[in-house]
Design a protein around this ligand. Structure first.
Ligand code: RP5
Length: 153
């Protein structure tokens, strides 16, 4: 089964900010699924999704969330898969709230935290490709091509 990436967001209102993430996953040819599942509003659904993710074929989980962004940490507490967190802006605190919520995980439950907003969303997809590239020559080559394109301007 091809490795898949699960992209979760806390609200439908997060979709636009995460668009670049989905575009980069497409660009790298990574199979992915996008779901809205809130740690605060639908914790049971989110718990079940996180706990079944590995068995469902996912190898990396990307979580975008704003405000008191519990989603990445909550998911990370429930899976052995690597979790990448994307802090999203939109509140009066412009994403500083979600950045602090996602990056300040306690020892034992890491979340790889990206930049706030659209840049972080893109980097989450690139980082996911790099994680998959550890065990896949196909994704390693795609990342090498991408880096070469960056270097050539
Ligand atoms: C968070 O609350 C979501 O990730 C979203 O960024 C924020 C606001 O959600 P809505 O009120 O727009 O649904 O859980």
């Amino acid at each position: 089964m091809a490795a898949k990436v699960l992209v979760l967001v806390g609200s439908e209102s997060d979709r636009e900010a995460m668009q670049g993430c989905l575009e980069y996953l497409d660009r790298f040819g990574i199979q992915h699924e996008f779901q809205v599942s809130s740690a605060h509003r639908s914790p049971e659904k989110t718990r079940l999704t996180a706990m079944s993710a590995r068995a469902d074929g996912y190898r990396v989980i990307i979580c975008g969330a704003g405000m008191a962004a519990a989603l990445p940490g909550f998911v990370a507490s429930l899976t052995s898969l690597p979790v990448i967190g994307v802090p999203l802006a939109g509140s009066h605190l412009s994403g500083m709230d979600s950045l602090h919520a996602i990056v300040q995980m306690p020892p034992g439950v890491p979340v790889a935290t990206m930049a706030i907003g659209k840049a972080g969303a893109k980097n989450a997809a690139i980082f996911a490709a790099q994680i998959l590239g550890v065990a896949s020559e196909e994704f390693e080559a795609k990342i090498d091509d991408f880096k070469a394109q960056l270097a050539s301007g």
